[in-house]
Design a protein around this ligand. Structure first.
Ligand SMILES: Nc1ncnc2c1ncn2[C@@H]1O[C@H](COP(=O)(O)OP(=O)(O)OP(=O)(O)O)[C@@H](O)[C@H]1O
Ligand SMILES: [Mg+2]
Length: 432
């Protein structure tokens, strides 16, 4: 079963739940459950429909017994069950249809066994013993990958940080099939849900108001699902009152994401770095999104310097976005010289694609398939995956050759020399 966002910690699972349609099955199941030391009240009346309803709001058990005799479309119903049932749960189905094709299809859909009704206690004991063995057996699934947290920070407002955060989350979940959580920490004005045509819900607001409620179950219920492998937590918090938080809720959320997902993407407004620097403590990769402008160059330098001191474990990838094909305010070469490192990914300005994405309620990367922007988004994804695969989380922001004793901040004044003369005059005032 494959509901990906549930925490799925075996220790917290009930050993057994059953959903049956007739009295005979009910009695046999209760009796055998008691023999095995399981609570007989976990045997419920009501078949597949009740199972789906119940599992959508509770943690999945280790073994699930589900009666399909009232199910009109067993395979479809099994798929619905798979959506709400966590990975690892072993499912035994029962029904009245004696058809080997159905049996094969059910097994192919992930069902462990199928019992023909009416079944006896011995048959049931055998099936449950097998299910227990399967549940306990070490999984031969792909080796567990360490969780990857990526923070996306815009050096200035409007540089496209949110467009790229949603794009990255979408690509990780869609192209790499990684169960991914997207956390929009622009709690008043965030656009992550909007970009995917979703309602933000109250999840993040609730988390901020009641951090003590945050646990695996909360995550499972509060997050808005964008797809099978992507869930979002965001808010449109009221703008008539300040947000009361010490950041503990955000930290706790990121902890829970680590247990429930393979990847987390944080859309992190730059002000949050100042307010809640500890949020960067466990971030593996930081995307610094910038434009090729004077103001962005200054703030890229400042943010790179901040990251070097405050999140040295995080690999940094600099993404220049909304780059006009003609002459940007500062050329790429001059920008790189002033920030003393290379720009890793350059994403062109493309109004048509940005407008189309907004119209369709899809991320920039999804809308941009087959275009230059699409290729650049893929390069960004590859850079993120590459940073993780390198296994080296030393800061990358010192990559460009640096003379000993040079301070990045000390360079802020220098980049003005890259500007045309007329701009130089204008910006001298800034320095004084
Ligand atoms: N490569 C691009 N080409 C053209 N437009 C783009 C590009 N990337 C983003 N945009 C557009 O730029 C605008 C700002 O994008 P976005 O909201 O993602 O920026 P932001 O940095 O998150 O802004 P804020 O500071 O408000 O959080 C949006 O209208 C978006 O569609
Ligand atoms: Mg934003």
């Amino acid at each position: 079963m494959n509901a990906p966002w549930k925490p799925g910690m075996n220790g917290q699972r009930d050993p057994f739940h059953a959903f049956v349609c007739d009295d005979h099955s009910y009695d046999v199941l209760r009796a055998v459950a008691s023999e095995l030391g399981w609570a007989p009240e976990k045997v419920n009346k009501g078949g597949m429909r009740n199972a789906v309803q119940s599992l959508s709001i509770t943690a999945s058990p280790q073994i699930l017994f589900v009666d399909m005799s009232e199910s009109g479309d067993p395979l479809n119903d099994i798929n619905s069950l798979a959506e709400v049932c966590e990975p690892g749960t072993v499912v035994i189905a029962a029904g009245q249809v004696n058809d080997v094709r159905l049996y094969r299809d059910l097994v192919a859909s992930g069902i462990q066994d199928y019992l023909l009704k009416p079944f006896g206690a011995d048959q049931l004991r055998d099936a449950l013993a097998q299910a227990q063995a399967v549940f306990m057996a070490p999984r031969d699934a792909a080796p567990e990958r360490p969780h990857m947290t990526t923070a996306v920070i815009g050096t200035r407002g409007g540089v496209g940080a949110s467009s790229l955060a949603t794009s990255l989350a979408w690509m990780l979940s869609d192209k790499h099939k990684r169960p991914t959580a997207l956390l929009d920490l622009d709690v008043h004005f965030g656009t992550n849900a909007l970009a995917m045509d979703l309602e933000p819900g109250r999840g993040l607001t609730d988390a901020i108001e009641n951090p003590s409620r945050i646990d695996g179950l909360f995550i499972e219920r509060a997050m808005v699902r964008a797809s099978d492998t992507l869930a979002i937590l965001s808010a449109e918090a009221p703008i008539n009152q300040p947000m009361m938080t010490d950041g503990g809720a955000f930290y706790q959320l990121l902890e829970e994401f680590r247990a429930a997902f393979e990847c987390s993407v944080i859309d992190l407004p730059r002000g949050m770095l100042i307010q809640h620097p500890h949020l960067m403590g466990d971030v593996n990769v930081t995307l610094v999104v910038t434009e090729l402008t004077l103001a962005s160059a200054r703030d890229t330098i400042r943010i790179l310097s901040w990251l070097k001191s405050n999140a040295p474990q995080s690999r940094v990838i600099v993404v220049a976005n909304r780059v006009h094909p003609g002459a940007p305010e500062i050329s790429r070469k001059d920008f790189e010289q002033s920030i003393e490192r290379k720009v890793d990914v350059l994403i062109p300005f493309d109004l048509r694609i940005a407008a189309q994405a907004a119209k369709l309620g899809k991320t920039l990367a999804e809308t941009a398939k087959g275009s230059k922007v699409g290729a650049a988004c893929t390069a960004m994804l590859d850079a993120v995956m590459g940073a993780i695969d390198d296994g080296d989380t030393a800061p990358a922001n010192g990559k460009a050759a640096r003379k000993k004793g040079d301070s990045l901040l000390g360079k802020i004044g220098d980049f003005r020399s890259m500007l045309p003369a007329r701009r130089k005059d204008k910006t001298t005032a800034l320095e004084d």
